[in-house]
Design a binder for this molecule. Structure first.
Ligand SMILES: [Zn+2]
Length: 173
């Protein structure tokens, strides 16, 4: 299981701290509710790509001694399974959907757009579950939902809450 965690630091700082970061703990297994502090189970390394920079960063894993599942804490500037940062992805999807402008290479854009459009109904359901009662037009749904998600860094909160709510990211397959 991947969790999105707000470390409250910049990607640069996250990278600089490496394995010495202030990582969260879990007192209860989120998979089986086993009531014990979950021991650490090493790190995995992943890429974090930004418009003009690139980091390779450690992600902490915990492992439940009861059910054997692992739980990892992804910093909230990333999305599970995406190498590019949340900021980059949202910006690219937004530019392409709203303005039809290509800011990055075409195939990647098509992919982001496809994934975003594919999740539109789930994203709408999320906002409804959160109590949003405003009108969402069927025709311009993508643009309306992009507005509700908002710009980075506000969108980090959305991505984390969506993940907590549905247990997958808002750009999931
Ligand atoms: Zn467990």
């Amino acid at each position: 299981m991947q969790r999105i965690h707000n470390f409250n630091i910049s990607p640069e700082e996250y990278y600089a701290r490496g394995k010495k970061n202030d990582f969260p703990r879990l007192d209860v297994c989120p998979c089986c509710s086993y009531p014990s502090i979950l021991p650490r189970h090493g790190f995995y390394w992943r890429n974090a790509l930004f418009r003009n920079s690139y980091f390779r960063i450690p992600v902490l894993r915990l492992k439940c001694p009861s059910c054997g599942k692992t739980i990892s804490f992804l910093p909230d500037f990333l999305l599970p399974y995406f190498q590019y940062s949340l900021e980059y992805i949202l910006e690219a999807a937004k530019k392409y959907i709203e303005e039809r402008k290509a800011t990055t290479y075409y195939q990647l854009l098509q992919f982001y757009r496809y994934r975003f459009l594919r999740n539109l109904n789930r994203i709408e359901a999320f906002f409804r579950d959160q109590g949003y009662r405003g009108f969402i037009p069927e025709k311009d749904k993508a643009i309306k939902l992009l507005k509700l998600i908002g710009a980075f860094p506000k969108a980090k909160t959305f991505a984390k809450r969506f993940q907590d709510h549905f247990q997958h990211n808002f750009m999931a397959n």
